[in-house]
Design a binder for this molecule. Structure first.
Ligand code: KIV
Length: 272
């Protein structure tokens, strides 16, 4: 009489690789504490990212640059206590992977002290050796390309990346180099949708997008942006999912559904 609900299983990098092969999209959101982690986990978010965006949305800083390793470990540990089935990804903060040795030591802290399942670092082919050593040490890696918020002072602002043909080709080569070095996932921020579509096809590993159009294998948003509690101006590529919903649970469920059925991001969230 009663149909058994299939039990949800913990999400691993193998789950995400299979979802890419099956062309099944997955949803990613940021969390910085146990309560939000439990909320996202309950809504079926596949990956919870402890982003260094916490510098901006939690601490009120202007950039992610001031965020420290100790702060990342603290927030990751809190998120780990609240999450259950989601894969827990934690950001390596500014300058915490300046050398390969530093990168391995600090990634190990996020895993051992924070309980992270994987780490994310910002940069291109210059990080190939770091990615290779992390991989050899059993640390899954997400390679963050496109707009690199930790390099905002070098970039001269938060600008769309990969617009010109040469820059687009270069980004694809960098992503392939990092995949070859052992990256398990790539993430692209603020790039033209057309380039994201090319990257999704070129890479065997899953590609998560933010401000990168609808073709990516997954989407991520800063949870505070998608719940309409943005400190300052909400980015154009984001969407307030509280509109039309009367609870946080309903808003997060609507986000997960919209990512999975491909209705988010829409054309109005794409950057040219
Ligand atoms: O720190 C963060 O939240 C991020 C996302 C914007 C992808 O890196």
């Amino acid at each position: 009489m009663y149909q058994e609900q299939p039990a949800r299983k913990p999400i691993t990098i193998t789950t995400l690789a299979k979802m890419k092969r099956d062309r099944e999209k997955f949803a990613v959101l940021t969390a910085y504490d146990a309560s939000f982690a439990a909320l996202l986990d309950g809504a079926g978010v596949e990956v919870i990212l402890v982003g260094d965006s916490l510098g901006m949305v939690i601490q009120g800083q202007r950039t992610t640059v001031p965020v420290t390793m100790d702060e990342m470990v603290y927030h990751t540990r809190n998120v780990a206590r609240g999450s259950g089935l989601a894969l827990l990804m934690a950001d390596m903060p500014f300058a915490s992977y300046a050398t390969v040795e530093q990168g391995v030591r600090n990634a190990a802290r996020l895993m051992q002290e924070g309980g992270a399942h994987m780490v994310k670092l910002e940069g291109g082919a210059v990080l190939a050796e770091t990615v290779r050593q992390l991989s050899r040490n059993g640390i899954p890696v997400c390679a963050h390309l496109g707009l690199l918020p930790q390099s905002v002072h070098k970039l001269g602002g938060y600008k769309v990346q990969g617009r010109e043909a040469a820059a687009a080709d270069h980004m694809i080569n960098e992503a392939l180099t990092l995949q070859e070095a052992g990256a398990d996932i790539a993430l692209v921020e603020c790039i033209p949708a057309e380039l994201a579509a090319r990257l999704t096809e070129a890479l065997a590993i899953p590609l998560i997008g933010i401000g990168a159009g609808p073709s990516c294998d997954a989407q991520v948003l800063v949870s505070y942006d998608m719940l309409g509690i943005t400190f300052g101006r909400r980015p154009r590529f984001s969407k307030n999912f509280m509109t039309g919903h009367d609870s946080l649970q309903a808003a997060v469920a609507a986000y997960v559904a919209a990512v999975k059925n491909g209705t988010f991001p829409g054309p109005e969230h794409c950057l040219a």
